[in-house]
Write a protein that binds this ligand. Sequence first.
Ligand code: ZN
Length: 512
Amino acid sequence: MVELGSLLGTAGQAAEVLSQATGLAIYARSIASDRGSLFFLGKGPDGRQLSVLARAQPEPGFTLTWRAVTLGGERALLGVGRADHANAVVLRERLPFTAPVVVGVRRSAGFGDRLGLATPGHIRALRTVRGVFPVLAQQSMREMERTRRTPAEVLDAVTWGAFQEGWRGGYGADADHLKAEADIDACAAAGYTMYTLDPREHVDALAEGDAFGTLLRKYEALPWERLATTPEAMRAVYVGRSWSLGEGCCITFDEGRLLGAACKYGRALAHLAALARRLQWAMAGRPYEVEISVDETDAPTTPEEHFFIAAELKRLGVAWVSLAPRYGGRFEKGVDYIGDLARFEADFRAHVAVARAMGPYKLSLHSGSDKFSIYPIVARLAGDLVHLKTAGTSYLEALRAVASFAPALFRAILRFALAHYEQDRASYYVSAELARVPEAGSVPDGALDALMDSPDVRQVLHVTFGSVLTADDAQGAPLFRGRLFAALEAGEEAHYAALEAHLARHLAPFSH
Ligand code: ZN
């Protein structure tokens, strides 16, 4: 039997023929031939439509409207339906390259997408480099709440984006910064493959400054039963011992250092072990992987603390592929690293030594976007043991695109963001000064997109994304959401181009 795809010629010719048959604009890269059927994505007045060309029988499971057609002299069945959740679930089964997989311990990068429109741009950036495995779905519960999206919606957007762009390279799906068991259940139900466990609420940041007597009291009061050990047994493991990890990294513990590490992270470790058990139960035999994240705490994680966390998690039976310490210096949102590069390098070298000796596992860089000055250091020292997380920077690139083709909308969003910055900045590491952000009306159209190169403008727009995306007008209708999405859909190619250019810059230092 002749393959349906071969009747239609090249992808470009096929897109033309399929466009006439469906009345949709066909994404040529989406055309996928599998077991006698042809799957492709089109765009029409009702948004994206999944289309399937089948031989004799409709493809089972999909919610599509089927009709008989004749193409290239052959009779076939054409099914067309919405690119919605129900069809995404079936598509992931039928074309497994559209479903997330486990990434493992190999060089990787995460691409958070707050709008659900960025995946094709992310994939185009990926195509410019070699040896970086993508995590295309990545969103924390906090971000989902702020954008009013569900775990399933985030994953579906990536499925359709990967399908649209014809990405066969595989991708991971990161349920980011999970703090509670309920979060785990929701993301496991949606089919995520990577789980970033975040015990920040159980980290005792004050332990660093505590006097020895206070530390002793805190140490005795740790949840020893949940830690499955005793104060004496833990002392025996660490106090007076040292470990030579190579690369000149030697980890040494005296009592003060052990008490400091145990008091700062002890409750967090017990919480992580509980989350890991819940996750194992929720995934019920399906493949998954874990990232441990202690990055969003005030005090940097020392190499000794990192070693302690890894050793204790291993003892508690937790397995993970990546870990995010809190590095020294400032990882502010949307701008380059702020701090001493030589000190960062020395610090990072020690963390790499710990990750090699105790795993190997990857070191994860959170708030990793736009940290151009440290990428060469990270790539050189970590080799394959690195996972780079980016998220808000893609939203900023969407706004850069909007500035270029919808200046009035961009100005309105910037004014709104300025009014909400002081309130919205509370949960973020940012230092933008409103006085350094120009009045939008004073900037000519042609210079608006260049505003996105100002660190102050970037941070103001970065932290206000939730307010911008969920604000309502006086009548209760969305203030920006509809207009922003319509503008980005109309300017789809410019949006992807902005994302490709900006994220390719992130990935280049990590290309093999
Ligand atoms: Zn983080």
